[in-house]
Design a protein around this ligand. Sequence first.
Ligand code: CP
Ligand code: NVA
Length: 308
Amino acid sequence: QPKLNGRDFLTLADFSKAELNFMLNLAQHLKKQRKLGREEQPLKGKTLGMIFEKSSTRTRVSFEAGIYQLGGTGLFLSSKDLQIGRGEPVADTAKVLSGYLDGIMIRTYSQSLVEQLAENATIPVINGLTDDYHPCQVLADMLTIQETKGSLKGVKIAYIGDGNNMAHSLMIGSAIMGMDISVASPKGFEPDEAITKKAVDLANQSSVVVTNDPVEAVANADVIYTDVWASMGQEEEQKAREEIFANFQVNDYLVAHAHSDYTFMHCLPAHRGEEVTASIIDGKHSVVFQEAENRLHAQKALMVALMG
Ligand code: CP
Ligand code: NVA
């Protein structure tokens, strides 16, 4: 059994295939127990603080319900209301919160702020989304792919759209777990070069491809994944991005190039008529609500592994 207790979860790159597999198996187990009405409470008496500097539906509710189901308590902490919003140093905040809590989940802009929080906290810190990464989402996505495709090995993911936090975590996660991934983005919106290099370095049995051609990326894909064209914090770029990304819509024409039994995935929230048509996201290949539910099970496994 891998040693995960006390660790931070800032990026998937910090974890081995065996460690991620351990969490995925635990997630499967917890999901089954919940469906059977036989839940255990391994985090009885533990408290998770959840700092949010950006909006959230899934991350907030799945972490809060999840810690509660495990026997613990979740505290929603808006960064606007914390002293951090008035300039209290992150390091001081980390040291103070470490005295009260058993774990911290944070959603913010800067990955380095999350790293600073983790360096100064003596309790596990979980990245609930930054501009660079969304590792909790990809943990749930791996669970979903396992459920729909039977295993991760040999699966090809096509990610169509912005080379953003989702693209980055999918690339890193795929590389570690041995899935092939092709990312298609408009020129100038490709994934970060250093993160792409990291994914390529991590991949030993699978491929990491970055292209500007969505048709090339989707060819023979088992999973087609997309995300919003304008992420949180990029709202003022919405109009410009609608033009730039127009050829990167996941629609009936594009998916015709994938395997006939492809699965459609999206982290949500989605914008029908922009990055994906209703025919696809509401169609029979879509698993987006199973994927959203799996946030709960995957993060419960994560919390048990780190905080248990
Ligand atoms: N996918 C996801 O993280 O959703 P929220 O922004 O609603 O948390
Ligand atoms: N890329 C999106 C993901 C939302 C879950 C964003 O950062 O807003």
